[in-house]
Design a protein around this ligand. Structure first.
Ligand code: 6GU
Length: 240
């Protein structure tokens, strides 16, 4: 069964966008995944195709109407098997590799991209939407966030990445940042490659990379490092 993304958006022309290129694009052409878009404006019911209105209680901006968004989400549900519905919003739970793995392991995803100030809270609750954020900054709409989430999922799908790419240890897969990489020339502008990488001692190389991965995580991401240390200190983790 093909992993299918249905994207509910006011800007369907933004998809597949960059996901039509490179390995994701090859996977799309090969049928490893599929994408369809639902134009929210197509589900408006009035002459002017209204999708938004002013917020109750006053304030700036516009809010997307629950009836219009609900009709679009219902149509998206019909486009594939039982898939989780995700609303991209800076109010959401932070996207991480564990959630990406979960979504990639399922039949696909329905993604709701908001614009304006957001979507009426009642449609989020009525449909039990999973609210997801891609980081602590504000985008003008959920579409770039949907592309980020999709890229992260697609690269995990069977047959999408080549053997070299999938064999490579990935940043965050083990809870650590990756070690630094080097290639030729061995000396560039007076900067030498760490000698151990030229030594041919595979065990020493592996040890150096682990040390550097830990150093990078400790120095750059104390939040990730704290989790790593906690997990290692769990009962049994030090055994053997
Ligand atoms: Cl998912 N949407 C928007 N509009 N802004 C964001 C975001 C999502 N994640 C971080 N900023």
């Amino acid at each position: 069964m093909t992993w299918r993304a249905s994207v509910v958006t006011l800007f369907p022309e933004m998809f597949p966008g960059p996901l039509g290129q490179s390995l994701a694009g090859k996977g799309l052409r090969d049928g490893r995944w599929a994408i369809d878009t639902l134009d929210i404006r197509g589900f408006a019911t009035d002459r002017h195709r209204t999708v938004d209105d002013t917020p109750f209680g006053g304030g700036a901006g516009m809010v997307m109407r629950p009836d219009v968004v609900d009709a679009a989400l219902a149509a998206a549900d019909a486009a594939g098997p039982d898939r989780p519905a995700v609303y991209l919003t800076p109010r959401g739970r932070p996207l991480d590799q564990a959630l990406v793995r979960d979504l990639a392991a399922g039949p696909g995803v329905v993604l709701l991209c908001g614009r304006y100030e957001g979507v009426d809270q009642r449609v989020i609750e009525a449909r039990g939407l999973m609210e997801v954020s891609i980081g602590d900054y504000v985008l003008s709409g959920g579409e770039p966030a949907a592309l980020v989430l999709l890229d992260a999922c697609i690269r995990l799908l069977p047959g999408v990445m080549g053997a070299a790419e999938s064999a490579a240890e990935e940043s965050h897969a083990n809870g650590l940042l990756e070690y630094p990489h080097y290639t030729r020339p061995a000396d560039w502008q007076g900067r030498a490659v760490p000698p151990v990488l030229l030594s041919g001692h595979h065990a020493e190389v592996a040890k150096w990379r682990q040390t550097e991965a830990e150093r990078a995580t400790r120095e750059r991401r104390p939040d990730l490092w704290a989790k790593h240390v906690t997990h290692d200190a769990a009962p049994g983790a030090m055994d053997g």
